[in-house]
Design a protein around this ligand. Structure first.
Ligand SMILES: C[S@@+](CC[C@H](N)C(=O)[O-])C[C@H]1O[C@@H](n2cnc3c(N)ncnc32)[C@H](O)[C@@H]1O
Length: 199
């Protein structure tokens, strides 16, 4: 069953020319929560190989801007309104580079994963650390009322992380899209309506 699901989305992505199976996670999440809309300026953190970037570009259309950031080199989408940055988003110089392209974002999305060790707790804490950086970037870049979507690996610190998100947004939910394997620890936090920077 597990492999069937994996194969199904793998094949679908190949047929539909998406760069990753993960594309369907963003499609399913956006259908349900409307995080990204036409014309939005999107900051994407942890974007390679670019499956989410393709989906985000389809949604925003010609008008919005997308800046897609990854430590690894990502093949360009060759779209005028998509800029790929190779960089570590936990570094201040990368954040400055993002800001030059999108000074104010309507939405920040992140599918960033740490290098997986296979040890549940280690991976959980590394993921939490990445998510704290993602929240910090959304504090700096999101417009009031803006949205945030990010992946986290489940574990004991998830409630503290959610509390940080709750302070900043009007509406917060977690969701595991159908395209995500059930045995995977990943879950997505969806936050809409950025209110204030937490003190
Ligand atoms: C699961 S992949 C993203 C897949 C992507 N959503 C897609 O659909 O193609 C996670 C990515 O996060 C990136 N990443 C992890 N930590 C990062 C960091 N500090 N800065 C930039 N990218 C990071 C990894 O290099 C990896 O490419």
């Amino acid at each position: 069953m597990r492999d069937k699901k994996r194969d199904y989305y793998y094949k679908k992505a190949k047929d539909e020319e998406y760069r990753s199976r993960a594309s369907y996670k963003l499609k399913q999440l956006n259908k349900k929560f409307r995080i990204i809309k036409k014309g939005y300026n999107v900051v994407e953190l942890g974007s390679a190989p670019g499956g989410w970037t393709q989906v985000a570009r389809e949604i925003v259309g010609e008008e919005g801007k997308i800046v897609a950031v990854d430590i690894s080199r990502m093949k360009s989408l060759r779209c005028e309104n998509v800029t790929e940055i190779q960089g570590d988003f936990t570094r201040e110089d990368t954040i400055e580079e993002i800001k030059r392209i999108v000074p104010i974002a309507d939405v920040v999305i992140s599918d960033a994963s740490p290098d997986i060790s296979g040890v549940w707790n280690i991976d959980h804490f590394k993921s939490i650390e990445l998510c704290e950086n993602v929240i910090g970037i959304s504090d700096k870049l999101l417009r009031p009322g803006g949205n945030l979507l990010f992946k986290v690996f489940q574990g004991e610190s998830i409630e503290d992380l959610r509390a940080e998100v709750n302070k900043r947004f009007r509406y917060v939910k977690s969701s595991k899209p159908k395209a995500s394997r059930s045995r995977s620890a990943e879950i997505y936090i969806i936050a809409r309506g950025f209110i204030v920077k937490a003190k």
